[in-house]
Write a protein that binds this ligand. Structure first.
Ligand code: CAA
Length: 379
């Protein structure tokens, strides 16, 4: 497929592909099997300057565009979806709000370490009673002199514990509903900020997913991100970009599964010939690749719209909805084509199948994406 990529985009895509295939792929099974955070892959990404791809060189970023970053998540997720989400949560959920809404002082203070990968970032919105209904925030932030005092619990936070910088949402004025939510930059190590339950998951098992607990955590006033009451919009706009990242993760998982199936069906013989010679295999493969290519158009279109400053909320939701469902369908078919072998942990497709499921859930379930898309249609 030809997306008229620029020379820079082609070069970066080649670099990301090499990193994913030569360095990340080899430990993907181990990361999954042992449910361990892939620190070595973070180091590889740091050295390849992949942790600040779409951010200005002035702040230590690579100064590339959003599509380059999206291609990085895609390439990584072809081999290791855990590593894909580490990058996605860091770049589009943790770092972007500071780059977009931060004061010059906040950008200078936080972006260089985040963009060079010295520190990882994360995003804390979800709570036990505020999942799909993100507006139902119960974490509170009360102004006390020069500090805000945070109390509450966040759950299911990607990169929790591994990240050192967190974008945290809290209610500063309950009477104002979504307009009473504010965003804060909270650093690991701040007294009263601890990590709770570490989730054991079906897929992306190396990704750190934990609770964040705030017990009278005093945050300097200068760590308020944007204005008081702007937090919900910051969260929604951040998720618009994040969803393109998760769509790219789903796209990568699906293409990665096809890439595993092709050599298998050529080598595997039944009834005296490679199963690639059977029309069922050929038709399944054709359907799988067609859907993945359609997903890629949506995902890249959303990334380009964001880069070019065009509206992208709906496109991002469409890309995530479609790519996530394609990832489920394609990984299911991949296992079916590989039969009993595909079902074992000796081959990576069963891991890809488990990893695909989360893309229909986090950063807004498929139902939330349908709400966003139909909301725009009926407005
Ligand atoms: N951009 C800018 N503003 C937006 C917006 C957007 N995309 N979406 C909504 N808003 C604004 C609205 O314009 C409205 O503004 P006004 O007050 O000025 O009118 C305000 O926000 C409230 O909007 P809604 O009434 O539409 O809000 P809602 O409460 O009905 O919620 C929702 C809508 C789409 C369901 C939203 O709550 C949502 O996206 N929920 C899912 C949350 C989510 O994705 N969570 C994932 C967390 S991160 C994660 O998964 C973990 C991880 O680390 C990877």
């Amino acid at each position: 497929m030809d997306f008229n990529l620029t020379e820079q985009q082609k070069l970066m895509q080649k670099l990301f592909r090499e990193v994913a295939q030569n360095e990340v792929k080899e430990n993907a099974a181990d990361v999954d099997e042992n449910e361990r955070f892939p620190k070595e892959n973070v180091e590889v990404m740091r050295q390849a300057k992949m942790l600040g791809i779409p951010y200005s060189r002035e702040y230590g970023g690579a100064g590339a565009d959003y599509l380059c970053y999206i291609m990085a998540v895609e390439e990584l997720s072809k081999t290791c979806a855990t590593t894909g989400v580490v990058l996605s949560a860091h770049t589009s959920l943790g770092t972007w709000p500071i780059a977009q809404f931060g004061t010059e002082e906040q950008k200078k203070r936080f972006l260089p370490d985040l963009c060079t990968g010295k520190r990882l970032a994360a995003f804390g919105l979800t709570e036990p009673n505020a999942g799909t209904d993100a507006a139902g925030q119960q974490t509170t932030a009360v102004l006390d002199g020069d500090h805000y005092v945070l109390n509450g619990t966040k759950i299911f936070i990607t990169n929790a514990g591994e990240a050192e910088v967190y974008i945290i949402f809290a209610m500063t004025d309950k009477s104002k509903g979504t307009r009473g939510i504010s965003a804060f930059i909270v650093e690991k190590g701040t007294p009263g900020f601890t990590f709770g339950l570490h989730e054991k998951k079906l897929g992306i098992r190396g990704s750190a997913t934990s609770e964040l607990i705030f017990n009278n955590v005093r945050i300097p006033k200068e760590n308020l991100l944007g204005k008081e009451g702007q937090g919900f919009k910051i969260a929604m706009q951040t998720l618009d970009g994040g969803r393109i990242g998760i769509a790219a993760q789903a796209l990568g998982i699906a293409q990665g599964a096809i890439d595993e199936v092709i050599p298998y069906v050529k080598a595997r013989k039944q009834f005296g010939r490679p199963i690639a010679k059977f029309q069922n295999t050929q038709f399944q493969l054709a359907d799988m690749q067609t859907k993945v290519d359609a997903a890629r158009w949506l995902v890249y279109s959303a990334a380009m719209a964001k880069e070019e400053g065009r509206p992208y909320t709906t496109l991002a939701a469409e890309a995530k909805l479609f790519a996530a469902e394609v990832a489920m369908e394609v990984t299911t078919k991949a296992i079916q084509l590989m039969g009993g072998y595909g079902y074992t942990r000796d081959l990576p497709v069963e891991r890809m199948f488990r990893d695909a499921k989360i893309t229909e859930i986090y950063e807004g379930t498929s139902e939330v994406q349908r709400m966003v898309i139909s909301g725009a249609m009926l407005r």
